[in-house]
Design a protein around this ligand. Structure first.
Ligand SMILES: [Zn+2]
Length: 253
């Protein structure tokens, strides 16, 4: 029976390419999630700065009403100054007025500091918004690129699946079954080229007699170690010396 080496090798190439594409496609959702997360993060930074400004404004409103209350208190004490009968009462009121005014001064100092930090927060908001615009544009472009690549990979896989469906029936059924059985067991790699005298995948040395049989390509020979289907592949041209080793195409005796 003729062994369909070229079609088995073609099937292996197609399967390997499908496998590569599948693993690239499997990585896409995580990449898109990471981009979405980064987009959300840029918006969060703006929102956090805005929250900080709102808290600052709320604090200032609270302080301003405290100032108002202490000012009213001082005014009330000042009005009472006209009605006091004794020096003791008078100086007690003066002390109250002084305390209230002192509190007003202290709080107004805090309000001033809060106003200065509000300016800084507003600058932070502006910076965060500018960064958000730039980053979001960049991230959305990246997202579009990944999605375009995804479409391209899916289209390429469709072509490969069609090629696979066309090649598989042209391989004699027992050979196809053997290929599929080894492929399932060996993570999708059923074929191993022998370029010098090693199984190129598990590196087991092929016995000389077996090498002759491999070159004859008349039967299916599986690797004694990894069980993959071995096939003879001419070694690539060696550019730099060791010509004696490249001379492995000498015919059989
Ligand atoms: Zn092997």
């Amino acid at each position: 029976m003729e062994i369909a080496f070229s079609r088995l090798i073609q099937l292996q190439h197609v399967d390997r390419d499908i496998q590569t594409i599948n693993s690239l496609l499997e990585a896409v959702p995580a990449k898109l999630d990471a981009i979405d997360q980064a987009i959300r993060r840029t918006a969060e930074i703006v929102a956090e700065a805005k929250d900080k400004l709102a808290a600052n404004q709320k604090k200032r409103r609270g302080l301003e009403s405290e100032v108002k209350a202490f000012k009213e208190q001082a005014a009330k004490f000042r009005r009472q100054l006209n009605d006091v009968k004794t020096n003791k009462e008078y100086s007690a009121l003066l002390k109250e007025i002084e305390d209230a005014s002192g509190k007003v001064d202290g709080i107004e100092e805090v309000i001033l500091q809060e106003m200065i930090s509000a300016d800084d927060i507003e600058k932070d908001i502006k910076t965060a918004q500018e960064k958000q615009t730039v980053e979001e544009t960049r991230l959305r472009e990246e997202r579009t690129t990944i999605q375009a690549e995804q479409k391209e990979l899916e289209a390429r896989r469709d072509v490969l699946l069609k090629e696979r469906a066309a090649v598989l029936p042209t391989i004699p059924p027992d050979q196809a079954r053997l290929y599929l059985r080894i492929s399932r067991k060996m993570a999708g790699v059923a074929m191993s080229p022998v370029t010098d005298d090693f199984c190129s995948i598990c590196q087991l040395r092929v016995r000389p007699q077996m090498l002759d049989d491999l070159m004859a390509m008349k039967e299916i020979i599986t690797c004694e170690a990894c069980g993959r289907i071995l096939y003879w592949a001419k070694p690539p041209e060696e550019e730099d010396g060791e010509e004696d080793k490249a001379d492995t195409t000498a015919g059989p005796e």
